[in-house]
Write a protein that binds this ligand. Structure first.
Ligand code: 4NP
Length: 156
């Protein structure tokens, strides 16, 4: 069997968007019978929430859609460029932070905006819901589900 394709989702705190993307992508890969093809993880630019479960609001909004988000937050590091084939960031701020840690062109090529894989929605980024309302968490999930569908279709 070929090596697994290793995917990393990155946001600012690793408690709202990226753990949701990790959980959604794992669920979609499983539903497509493709779990064995991927290793899927998430990380945050900042270290404030390391070790924590995802934000209770995101866990709740996710559970209403049948997801269980129960990863523990960790901080993104330079080593992640070697560990992962693809790094999907949520917004331009994440993009700049991750790119600033890249050491060569090979690293830089791995970094993409998750929103580039949207098909049903048009949005430049996956906006940060942390200071928002339930609606903002639902919007983030709508975009993440759409982009993960697109991503799964595009990954060989
Ligand atoms: P996330 O949301 O990047 O989607 O996990 C945030 C979580 C925490 C903070 C900011 C954004 N914070 O400032 O603590």
């Amino acid at each position: 069997m070929r090596d697994k394709t290793r995917l990393l989702f990155v946001c600012l705190g690793n408690i709202c968007r990226s753990p949701a993307a990790e959980g959604v992508m794992k669920a979609k890969a499983a539903a497509a019978g493709r779990s064995d093809e991927f290793e899927i993880d998430s990380a945050g630019i900042g270290g404030w929430h390391v070790g924590q479960l995802p934000d209770s609001r995101m866990r709740r909004r996710g559970s209403l859609r049948g997801y269980r988000f129960d990863s523990r937050a960790r901080q993104f590091g330079r080593d992640d460029f070697a560990r992962f084939h693809h790094i999907y960031v949520m917004d331009e701020e994440n993009y700049r932070a991750v790119m600033s840690m890249a050491t060569d062109e090979g690293d830089r090529r791995k970094v993409e905006l998750l929103s580039d894989y949207l098909t049903a929605h048009a949005a430049p980024t996956i906006p940060d819901p942390y200071y928002g309302t339930e609606h903002d968490f639902d919007l983030a999930l709508d975009l993440i589900e759409d982009a993960c569908d697109g991503l799964l279709r595009r990954l060989p």
